[in-house]
Ligand binder design. Structure first.
Ligand code: BGC
Length: 809
């Protein structure tokens, strides 16, 4: 594949049926805001089901709450907000007819998402019903260099005609949240338009505000029109259609001439640091901003710097390179240097659509490991997102009669539980109770991430000020979940839901939740151990303060130790861990019959419910649950936990469990394949690779049949990067702070190279079938300690030094 093609996603024809998917995949963002890749000239009706065009602009971390009445009950939902559409740019012919891509004959079409430059380029030639042929080339960027800015530029050529056209350029405030058909019954009117108007000679602005959270946003634009090097500034009129405000700019164009339209947009919010008057600040930003070309140039420079440290090069058989870059690209559009001072984290579906109403769940467990090795300050800031919501987490724990801090399953603005109480099954049209909020394991994910971040960065200041307090508060909560069972002589955790969302209660039970989800119980034992260790190692003055603040006593610590020794693990037989107590009594599903009947059975839950049945009755999993243990913990760690708990553990237990659960998993979550692929990476290479390939394609091919249209799956995207960054390189950090590498490339990959940021240093890693090449590129210290697993040897590399190993011999 030529080099450039590894840097672009390209489409060579317009396909209305694919348009929503492409809009998600072509979203441009900078970590502060993002806009879907909808055409700027699209006619928008906010009818997602029937209209192929859905522009959406989302600001990171800004939510709004609304009440709705569904299935005869009033519910409240908090959602990310679709802000006014700044892209609006189209034209009218002299007879008043408006250009519509859906009504002309398209002669050529090419769209390219340029990953290297972070630009979306669309060009096409078309013939209208009067036989006029024109060519339109459009390019847009959401500035990575200045997070408040975005640009859009047009070149419109009259190929075989002359006449007057009117350029319409504006901001469309007639927007709603309507990007997910399943949520059609939910109220989507989040915005009030406070003010709109014109300023200077070429500027327009719009001031909007969310109805409940009262976040103010101002967008300002400037539109310049140039014909054959001459600026068209006369006869410009402002027109308003409800909350669509635009300039109408008439232009006389002659056959063969090209018209250039440049649009600059600035966006500011009342949550920004360093703002005074939003309207003045936004207008000034636009007036002071350089030309579109200069904005593009600094944007490309910012992307170049990001790629310089984040690109991963692979030589593989399957076009994997471009997909990996697409995933890195979208990850960086959500978690970028621009997010560093924002109170935000990683929404499960990016800033690319409205699925899960923009909330974040436990997907950071799949995302932060990647950022840790790219730009750990971003992880640090995103862990603080949780810290700032500890008050709410403490309140939630108290109100459930628990201790410490209980973080919610779905989190938005203030950290209140945002999981839906009922959700719509599109297969049956029924609203059904949703008990997925009982996934208390989200707290384990946060604790796990704190520990991983610390291991990789050794950021003691963060641990002193934020990390330890969060870790201990989560530990307090998890400890208070456990109860002692006299018969078992062990501690258990009841009424929870594990990662596998197909099982939320026992068949025929009205009570939500399950007992002794093995993943939760084992990870709770792990958290106890980690918290105790942290309590032991932190400086005494920090610990004394924290003990007082959190009312931690020696009895509490003794209890944590007891839990690390006596949590209960359910087993089915012969080393097969039981997903939860009672799982073994469930029925086996006739997978073949369901596959034959429905084809795609990833969402078995929906299928079964529409048949009046429920997955609660069967041994079927939506996603990895028990197998998460082997994904997160090393064999040594597992061995240690099992030993401490007094259960026997031999490494063949891992294989047995993989085989057992792989047969019973439908991979109804895009996260699932990654985990299965990861745990099989060294033992079941063929299947591991197959699952990895499917994970790589999950968004670009929308393998769930429609979910990517509502936003990308950020966890799955990051997980594929993680697979290359950690699983194939075998990168891990030991207790002494040594970064070890243990490469193992799949047969299908011949070469990979990447840079790992590790404790302030940059390490270039290159792996071929038999050789590992390492170069200490730069950093704060003169040397870095790297271990090579196969040689069981630690090397100290000074800056500029490199080493080469034959890791096969
Ligand atoms: C999965 C969750 C995940 C969510 C967002 C769901 O389908 O079951 O584990 O957090 O998607 O990615």
């Amino acid at each position: 594949m030529p080099e450039n093609q590894d840097w672009q996603i390209a489409y060579d024809h317009y396909d209305p049926k694919q348009q929503h998917l492409r809009e998600s995949l072509c979203t441009l963002g900078n970590g502060y805001f993002a806009s879907r890749g909808a055409f700027e000239f699209a006619e928008v009706s906010y009818d997602f089901k029937n209209n192929p065009h859905y522009p959406g602009t989302y600001l990171a971390g800004i939510f709004n709450k609304l009440k709705s009445t569904v299935a005869d009950r009033e519910i409240e939902n908090e959602s990310i907000v679709n802000w006014p559409n700044w892209l609006y740019l189209t034209f009218e012919y002299a007879d008043g007819s408006l250009f519509s891509l859906d009504e002309v004959e398209i002669l050529t079409f090419h769209q390219q998402l340029n990953l290297r430059e972070g630009q979306l380029k669309t060009d096409f030639t078309f013939r209208d019903d009067q036989g006029r042929e024109s060519k339109l080339a459009s390019v847009r960027a959401v500035s990575m260099a200045d997070r408040h800015l975005a640009v859009l530029e047009w070149e419109l050529k009259a190929i075989n005609w002359s006449g007057e056209i009117t350029i319409l350029s504006g901001i469309d405030g007639n927007v709603k949240n309507k990007g997910v058909p399943r949520y059609d019954d939910l109220n989507g009117d989040h915005l009030e338009i406070i003010e709109q108007g014109a300023y200077d000679e070429e500027g327009l602005y719009m001031h909007s505000c969310t109805s409940y959270s009262e976040v103010n946003v101002v967008q300002a634009i400037r539109t310049e029109v140039v014909l054959e090097n001459e600026s068209i500034s006369f006869d410009r009129q402002v027109k308003e259609k409800d909350h669509l405000i635009m300039y109408r700019i008439p232009v006389n164009i002659k056959r063969g001439q090209t018209l250039k339209v440049s649009k600059v947009m600035a966006i500011f919010t009342s949550k920004d640091a360093g703002v005074g008057n939003l309207i003045v600040d936004a207008q000034r930003k636009v007036s002071d901003s350089p030309s579109v070309k200069d904005i593009q140039t600094s944007h490309c420079i910012a992307w170049k710097a990001l790629w310089n440290r984040s690109d991963i090069k692979v030589k593989a058989s399957n076009g994997m390179q471009v997909l990996l870059r697409l995933h890195i690209f979208h990850l960086l559009q959500v978690a970028s240097p621009n997010t560093l001072d924002l109170d935000v984290s990683v929404p499960s579906r990016g800033l690319h659509g409205e699925a899960y109403r923009g909330n974040l769940m436990w997907d950071e467990l799949y995302i932060f490991p990647v950022i840790n090795y790219m730009k750990p300050s971003i992880t640090q800031n995103m862990l603080k997102y949780r810290f700032y919501r500890m008050g709410e987490a403490r309140r939630a724990a108290r109100s459930h009669h628990y201790k410490g801090a209980m973080f919610p399953w779905q989190s938005g603005s203030n950290g209140q539980e945002n999981a839906q109480e009922i959700h719509l099954n599109p297969e049956s049209g029924r609203w059904i109770p949703d008990d997925t909020h009982l996934q208390r394991h989200v707290n384990v994910a946060i604790a796990f991430n704190i520990r991983s971040y610390f291991k990789i960065t050794n950021d003691q200041i963060f641990m002193e000020d934020y990390g330890a307090e969060m870790m201990f508060s989560i530990t307090q909560f998890l400890a208070s979940l456990a109860t002692y069972n006299d018969e078992k002589k062990r501690y258990e955790i009841k009424h929870v839901v594990g990662p596998d969302e197909y099982h939320t209660s026992y068949p025929d039970s009205d009570e939500p939740g399950l007992n002794n989800n093995a993943y939760t119980n084992i990870m709770v034992a792990w958290v106890m151990k980690q918290a105790l260790k942290m309590h032991d190692t932190l400086p005494r003055f920090i610990i004394e303060n924290l003990d007082k603040k959190l009312s931690l006593t020696s009895d509490n610590l003794a209890y944590w130790k007891e839990l690390s020794e006596k949590m209960y693990i359910p087993f089915i037989e012969d080393g097969i861990i039981e997903q939860f107590e009672g799982y073994s009594e469930l029925k086996e599903l006739d997978w073949e019959a369901y596959r034959n009947k429905y084809g795609n059975i990833q969402r078995l839950d929906r299928i079964l419910e529409s048949e009046g049945d429920t997955p609660n009755r069967y041994k079927v999993s939506k996603q990895a649950d028990v197998l998460m243990l082997f994904y997160l913990l090393t064999v040594d760690e597992l061995q240690d936990i099992f030993n401490t708990l007094g259960y026997s553990f031999t490494p063949d237990l891992i294989i047995k469990n993989i085989v057992y659960y792989e047969e019973r998993t439908s991979h109804g979550s895009t996260l699932s394949r990654l985990v299965h692929s990861w745990v099989m990476a060294r033992a079941h290479r063929k299947l591991s690779w197959k699952l990895f390939e499917e994970a790589l394609k999950s968004d670009v091919e929308d393998i769930q049949g429609g979910t990517t249209t509502e936003g990308i799956h950020l966890g799955a995207m990051a997980g594929t990067i993680d697979m290359v960054q950690r699983a194939y390189t075998g990168a891990y950090v030991d207790e002494n702070g040594v970064l070890w590498l243990d490469p193992s490339l799949p047969h299908e990959i011949n070469f990979l190279s990447l840079t790992l940021r590790y404790r302030g240093q940059c390490l270039y890693v290159q792996i071929t079938k038999s050789e590992l090449y390492l170069r200490h590129e730069e950093g704060w210290k003169d040397h870095i300690c790297i271990g090579l697993k196969q040689k069981d040897k630690v090397h100290s590399l000074s800056i500029g030094e490199s080493v080469n190993f034959d890791y096969k011999n």
